[in-house]
Design a protein around this ligand. Structure first.
Ligand code: G6P
Length: 626
C-alpha cells in the first residue's frame, strides 16, 4: 500500500524523505515522488515510476532538491494506472506534463487511502472551474482543500476540517500551503500515520521504521484528527479545530531490528528470528516455573470470568492471519470445546446473518491496519459483541479499537511475505486456547502445566528445524522449474498447507493450491500429472494414514511426493519420494515448527528463480484498501 513521509526541520529535506520512503518500500509500490519547499518558493515536485532507486538517482539522493520542508510518497495504484502523472505528490494548480518540476500551486499534498466519493467531489469541483490532470482520487482531495481554503478564507486546519467532513473513505493526508512556508498539515482517518519529533525536527510517516534513525518520540494521531507540524513542534486538533493534548510514546525497538543484519533478504532474516520472537511472545504471557507456571492475560484485560462466559468464538482476518485463524479453530475447538467460526474479514464485514449473543470476535492482524479486518472489528463492535485483537503493531487502529488487545512481539516485519508475525500469532492463539481451557475447567492443573511446557519448548524446536535448512535448499533447487504444486492435509495439517501454499505462490510465483486431503479427488485430482509435486502435511497421528492414502492416489497418477512429518515417523519414506521431519511436540502446536520448512521452500524457490523475494510483484505488506 502507499507510504507517506514528511519532514520539516533544519536539514535538507530531500535525503531524509528518501531515506524514510526506503524504509516503507516493504509496503509495496509502483511509483514514488517528493515535493520540497525552499522557504516561500513554490514546491519542487519530482516523480518517477518503478523502483524508488529511480527517484534517488533523479534527485542525487535528494540533494538536488533544495529546502528543509517536504513530503514524499510511494504509490500502490488504485485509481488510475501506475504513471508519473498519477504518482504523488499532487497539486491544486493546473499542471501539464507529468507534474514534475516547480509547480505553481496553493496546495501540494500526498495521501494514502481511498476517497470513495471522489467522483461526486470531482464533478462539484469541475463546476467551480477546477481542471484535473490525473485519474486519482488524491488530486480531487488536494483540490478540495484548495477550494475550502480559498472560498472560506479560513486557516489551514479549518480548511482541512471542512474537507474531511465532506469526504468518505480513508486517508493519511499531508499537505503544504504556498503561503505558509515551513509547515506541514496532516489529517487522518483509517489509514496509518505517526508523527515523530525531536528538538529541531518533526517527521510524519505511515510507519515507525521510517523515522527511527531520527527519533524515538512518536505521537499516534487518531481518527478524524489533524495536526500542524513545524520544526520540532506538533500541535494536534480535533474536528472542531480545538487543540488536543497527545501523549508521546517512546519506541523501544532497535533501529537495527529493521535492517537486514547480514542476511541477503529480510524474509530469511525474519525466518531466522522466529525462535527469538516466539520466546519473547511466550514470555510476555507466561510467568512462573514448575508448579507455579501460568498464563497471565491480565495485560490483555481478559478475565477468567469473561473466558467462562462466551459461548461462541468468531475469528476474522485476512491472508496469513486468516490461516492462523484456521489453525486456531481446530486447536481451540479441541482444547476448549467451544464452537469457533473462522471468517475472511472481507466477507465477515458484509455478513447479514448477525453474530450470536455471548460471542467473542477475535481479529488477527500483523499491521493492525488491514482495512477489511478493521471493518470487521467495527462491525462486531457495532453489534455489541466483545472483540479481542491479536496484533503486532503497537498503537495501530485495530489494537486501539478492540476491547482487548494481545500483542505479538514479532518486532518490525519488513518482508511482504509474513513469517515471524504469523508464528507469533499462532503462539498467541495457542496461549488463548490453553487459558480458555483452564478457565472453563476443560483441563486440570497437570494438563495445564503440560500444555504450557509444550508451548515453551517451541522456540527450541523452530531452531532445530532451521538447522536442517540445507536439505530444503537442495530440494528447492531441484524443483525450481515446477509449474504446479499441491499441498494436502487434514485438520491442523490442512491449515498448515494453506499457509505453505500461500508462501509458495506469493514469492515464487509458482501456481500452488492447498486442499483438504479428502477433497482433492472431487475434481482437482484431474490436474495431477507426471511429475506434479504434491506435498503432504502429516503431523497429526490420527490422520496420518488417511492423508498418506490420498497422497498415494496422487502418486499412482504420476505425482512426485514430499511428506512433512515429525521425528520418528520414518516409515513415511516407504511412500514418499522426499521426507522432511520436524521435532515432536504436542500435536496441537506442531504447526509452529512445521511451517518453517514450507517458509524455507518458498524462500529458496524464489531465490532460485532470481525473484524479488522481499517485494513480490503486485503485493503490499499492509492492505489499507478494501
Ligand atoms: C497482506 C500481506 C499478508 C498478510 C495480510 C493481512 O496481504 O501480504 O502477509 O497476511 O495482508 O495483513 P495483516 O497486517 O492484517 O496481518
Amino acid at each position: 500500500m502507499c507510504g507517506i513521509v514528511g519532514y520539516v526541520g533544519t536539514q535538507q529535506a530531500g535525503p531524509v524523505l528518501l531515506e524514510g520512503l526506503e524504509k516503507l518500500e516493504y509496503r509495496g509500490y509502483d511509483s514514488a515522488g517528493i515535493a520540497v519547499r525552499n522557504g516561500s518558493e513554490d514546491a519542487e515536485v519530482v516523480k518517477t515510476i518503478g523502483r524508488l532507486q529511480n527517484l534517488v538517482e533523479r534527485t542525487d539522493g535528494g540533494k538536488a532538491v533544495a529546502g528543509t520542508c517536504g513530503i514524499g510518497h510511494t504509490r500502490w495504484a488504485t485509481h488510475g494506472a501506475p504513471s508519473k502523472t498519477n504518482a504523488h505528490p499532487h497539486v491544486s494548480g493546473n499542471c501539464t506534463g507529468s507534474g514534475s518540476g516547480r509547480v505553481e500551486s496553493l496546495v501540494v499534498g500526498v495521501h494514502n487511502g481511498i476517497i470513495e466519493n471522489y467522483q461526486e467531489l470531482k464533478a462539484k469541483l469541475e463546476r467551480h472551474g477546477y481542471a484535473f490532470y490525473s485519474q486519482t482520487d488524491t488530486e480531487v482531495l488536494i483540490k478540495l482543500v484548495d477550494y475550502y481554503y480559498r472560498k472560506y478564507k479560513v486557516g489551514p486546519i479549518d480548511a482541512l476540517a471542512k474537507t474531511i467532513v465532506r469526504v468518505r473513505g480513508s486517508y493519511a493526508l499531508a499537505v503544504m500551503f504556498k503561503d505558509i512556508p515551513d509547515k506541514i498539515f496532516v489529517a487522518r482517518k483509517d489509514s496509518p500515520m505517526i508523527i515523530g519529533k525531536n528538538d529541531h525536527e518533526t517527521f510524519l510517516a505511515s510507519d515507525v521504521p521510517a523515522i527511527l534513525n531520527h527519533t524515538r518520540q512518536v505521537y499516534y494521531i487518531g481518527n478524524l484528527e489533524m495536526a500542524e507540524l513545524s520544526a520540532g513542534k506538533a500541535v494536534f486538533y480535533n474536528l472542531d479545530g480545538d487543540v488536543i493534548e497527545k501523549e508521546v510514546t517512546n519506541i523501544e525497538w532497535d533501529a537495527e531490528a529493521a535492517e537486514k543484519g547480514g542476511y541477503e533478504h529480510f524474509m530469511i532474516k525474519e525466518i531466522h528470528e522466529q525462535p527469538k520472537v516466539s520466546e519473547d511472545t511466550l514470555h510476555k504471557y507466561v510467568f512462573g516455573e514448575g508448579k507455579n507456571v501460568k498464563i497471565d492475560l491480565s495485560e490483555v484485560g481478559l478475565t477468567e470470568e469473561k473466558m467462562k462466559a462466551y459461548s461462541q468464538i468468531y475469528i476474522a482476518a485476512c491472508g496469513s492471519a486468516w490461516h492462523v485463524g484456521m489453525e486456531a479453530q481446530y486447536v481451540i475447538e479441541e482444547l476448549v470445546g467451544i464452537p469457533v467460526r473462522v471468517e475472511l474479514a472481507s466477507e465477515f464485514r458484509y455478513r447479514k446473518s448477525g453474530i450470536l449473543p455471548n460471542s467473542l470476535v477475535i481479529i488477527i492482524s500483523q499491521s493492525g491496519e488491514t482495512a477489511d479486518s478493521l471493518a470487521a472489528l467495527r462491525m462486531a463492535k457495532e453489534k455489541g459483541t466483545e472483540t479481542l485483537a491479536i496484533v503486532n503493531v503497537v498503537g495501530s487502529s485495530i489494537a486501539r479499537e478492540a476491547d482487548y488487545c494481545m500483542y505479538t512481539l514479532a518486532g518490525p516485519e519488513i518482508s511482504v511475505a509474513t513469517t515471524k508475525a504469523y508464528t507469533c500469532q499462532l503462539i498467541c492463539s495457542f496461549l488463548l486456547a490453553v487459558a480458555f481451557a483452564k478457565a472453563r475447567g476443560r483441563i486440570d492443573e497437570e494438563q495445564y502445566r503440560y500444555y504450557i511446557g509444550e508451548l515453551l519448548s517451541l522456540p527450541g524446536k523452530i531452531e532445530a528445524t532451521l538447522s536442517d535448512k540445507e536439505r530444503i535448499q537442495w530440494f528447492a533447487a531441484k524443483y525450481a522449474n515446477a509449474r504446479d504444486i499441491f499441498f494436502i492435509g487434514r485438520g491442523i495439517d490442512y491449515a498448515i498447507c494453506l499457509e505453505g501454499s500461500l508462501k509458495m505462490k506469493e514469492i515464487s510465483y509458482i501456481h500452488s493450491e492447498a486442499y483438504a486431503a479428502g477433497e482433492l479427488k472431487h475434481g482437482t485430482i484431474s490436474l495431477i500429472e507426471d511429475g506434479t509435486l504434491v506435498i503432504g502435511a502429516l503431523t497429526q497421528s490420527d490422520l496420518y494414514e488417511k492423508t498418506i492414502s490420498n497422497m498415494m492416489e496422487c502418486k499412482s497418477r504420476g505425482a512426485y511426493l514430499m511428506g512433512l512429518t515429525s521425528y520418528g515417523k520414518y516409515d513415511v519414506e516407504d511412500n514418499v519420494n522426499f521426507a522432511v521431519y520436524v521435532p515432536r511436540v504436542d500435536e496441537h502446536f506442531i504447526g509452529v515448527p512445521a511451517i518453517v520448512p514450507l517458509q524455507l521452500l518458498g524462500y529458496y524457490l524464489s531465490v532460485s528463480n532470481g525473484l524479488d523475494v522481499d517485494k513480490p510483484r503486485n503485493l503490499a505488506k499492509s492492505v489499507t484498501v478494501e
